[in-house]
Design a binder for this molecule. Structure first.
Ligand code: F6R
Length: 608
């Protein structure tokens, strides 16, 4: 969703802001803008559409000289995506320009008050009230004006402020929306996302809710909500700029699919010590689980589907009830949790609003919580009792791939770890599963290598719409993710059914030529799934089967096959999903879709 950047230093600000905004494109946006202080005047340029338009409009920034500025990519919430509603927004006299991520919930009443005082509004946004409030409260003390303004706001905001009277100075505030400061030499930055900073500095400060900061070229001063200066730790980002670039691939999505063996390895390997699984890096100890009598996994989208895999694995190994809940439902359901409930929260970005609020609500009701998160320092990572990071590196494509597989890998590990401390697993089974987990990176690579023919298969089926997925047990959970991948990047209507459920209604939709992608890797139920394949085949379906490598018996029942390497049945998901990601990728490519930035979608969904 929206992204913000800011720079102050001695270089021209505009090109740095434009570059930063390009790095935030992946979050999803519909318009963009920058504002730069030149002498005593703030100049602004903004436009609907892509950053390229903004670069053209500003001659790559040359038309907006100056060494301090702010920039924004907007994903419309209040008011249509157009030039006027794009950020930055300015006060009437041009003294303030601001950029804002989040939502100001009480903007209507603030607007009424400001209109009554004579302020003129240009846009339909909730954000514009902030520029006018700053103007109203500014009497020469920027920090005071910012704090006074913030005290009037209800909602979520990461705010960047530029003031024509304060040369070289930027002000930022964070409240329920991510904001990171980048510390340079003779120059400093802010952004909603590390990817926008990493080309300039790896030294960052993660602001917490309620904190504000004054940024000049030579200093960064952070204050708490009461305005008292506080000391903040400077963290070092562990990945390089190359990780956030395409590196020769046509799309980030393909690059990230290919990165999965490495990402799973980075997630798994450091957590196996002396033949035992450990989560001590996240502060998780066996005692933390004592007395737990139920587990709730909550998340949104693909992360929720990773949770669906987790339920099968944890329940099977730990014999403890596990429910998987959509965070947007859980948060409003007065959930049945207490101090004996373990809440596992899954989120690649660590900023998904519904997931964060579901976590907050369950914590309030006493649940113990573990977050499985990819983005270091993100809100969910901070809110949970313990955080287990998936070390997937930056995920830029809107459709998650390595985010999902690393979440699954952590859940596999957690299941084995828990089963062990609950005394429910023999040493032999423990070491069998541990070996299986250690092999996941190479097996994910094998999944990629086995499917070089997928581009051709995808071409054959790219006009099948709608289509269906089916499977049983873990195959079913993986199929849910396979169908979502197709929906979001190729816009094909694809739906998943538990294979045994098909004949209770949905089979009526199968007709001559309907594509049914059937996952047949969960061996304990292989024969059952095959009988479902027979059923759809008998009604004219084309069948694309996902089977273990070497399974030739699937023909002639299947029209085509996708192969995955054999793993322990419980650990199959991380490898089985890989060809489905590739299939979705090549189908979308064949259909000419904008793969990395599918329509209407945002990478990090920071509003409800
Ligand atoms: C699908 C996808 C989304 C996310 C969902 C949760 O490819 O990326 O469905 O999985 O929005 O996002 P996180 O994991 O950041 O909480």
């Amino acid at each position: 969703m929206c992204g913000i950047v800011g720079f102050t230093g001695s270089q021209p600000a505009s090109p740095i802001l434009l570059e930063g905004l390009k790095k935030l494109e992946y979050r999803g946006y519909d318009s963009a803008g920058i504002a730069v202080l030149d002498g005593d005047k703030i100049n602004m340029a903004k436009t609907r559409g892509v950053i390229k338009n903004l670069c053209e409009k500003t001659h790559d920034g040359a038309l907006l000289p100056g060494n301090a500025g702010i920039g924004h990519t907007r994903w419309a919430t209040h008011g249509a995506p157009n030039d006027v509603n794009a950020h930055p927004h300015m006060s009437n006299d041009g003294k303030f320009a601001i950029v804002h991520n989040g939502i100001i919930e009480n903007y209507a009443e603030l607007k009424e008050e400001l209109v009554a005082k004579g302020y003129k509004f240009k846009s339909e946004t909730d954000t514009e009230v902030i520029a006018h409030l700053l103007d109203m409260y500014y009497t020469g003390d920027l920090k005071f004006a910012v704090m006074k303004t913030v005290s009037r706001l209800v909602g979520s905001f990461a705010l960047g402020v530029l003031c024509a009277c304060e040369h070289g100075k930027l002000f930022v505030v964070r409240e329920k929306s991510p904001l990171i400061l980048g510390i340079g030499v003779g120059e400093n930055f802010f952004a909603s996302d590390v990817t926008a900073l990493i080309a300039h500095t790896k030294n960052v400060i993660y602001l917490e809710d309620g904190e504000l900061a004054e940024i000049t070229p030579d200093s960064v001063t952070v204050f708490d909500g009461a305005g008292r200066e506080i000391n903040k730790e400077i963290s070092r980002v562990v990945w390089d700029i190359e990780a956030a670039e395409k590196g020769g691939y046509d799309h980030f999505m393909l690059k990230e699919i290919m990165e999965q063996p490495r990402a799973i390895k980075a997630t798994v390997e450091p957590r196996i010590k002396n033949g035992r699984i450990t989560f001590e890096d996240g502060g998780v100890t066996p005692e933390f689980f004592s007395g737990i009598d139920k587990i709730i996994i909550t998340a949104c989208g693909s992360a929720y589907y990773a949770g669906c895999v987790g339920r099968y694995v944890i329940e099977e190994l730990c014999r403890i009830p596990v429910s998987v809940e959509l965070a947007s439902e859980l948060r409003y359901r007065n959930p049945l949790v207490n101090g004996n409930t373990l809440l596992i929260v899954l989120s690649q970005s660590g900023e998904t609003a519904d997931t964060k609020e579901a976590l907050r609500e369950c914590k309030r009701l006493g649940a113990r919580s573990i977050a499985v998160v990819n983005v270091v320092g993100s809100s969910i990572a901070k809110l949970a009792d313990h955080t287990i990071y998936t070390w997937a590196g930056p995920e830029i494509a809107v459709a998650t791939t390595k985010g999902y597989t690393t979440q699954v890998a952590v859940l596999d590990m957690l299941a084995v770890y828990l089963a062990d401390i609950m005394g429910l697993i023999t040493p032999e089974r423990y070491s069998q599963l541990l070996t299986g987990i250690t092999q996941l990176p190479s097996l994910a690579q094998r999944s990629i290598d086995l499917n070089t023919h997928l581009e051709y298969i995808a071409k054959r089926y790219s006009s099948c719409n709608p289509l269906f997925f089916m499977g049983r047990n873990i195959d079913y959970a993986v199929a849910l993710e396979g169908a979502l991948k197709l929906k979001e990047i190729s816009y094909i209507y694809s739906e998943t059914y538990a294979a045994g459920e098909l004949k209770h209604g949905t089979i009526a939709l199968i007709e001559d030529g309907t594509l049914v992608i059937t996952l047949c890797c969960y061996e304990p139920l292989y024969e059952k799934t095959l009988s479902n394949v027979e059923e759809v085949k008998a009604r004219g379906a084309r069948v694309l089967a996902v089977v273990h490598e070497g399974n030739s018996k699937i023909f002639p029942l299947a029209d085509d096959a996708i192969y995955v390497p054999k793993t322990d049945a419980l650990l199959a998901a991380a490898c089985e999903v890989v060809p489905l990601q590739l299939f979705a990728y090549y189908v979308a490519k064949d259909r000419g879709c904008d793969i990395d930035k599918p329509k209407n979608l945002a990478k990090s969904v920071t509003v409800e």
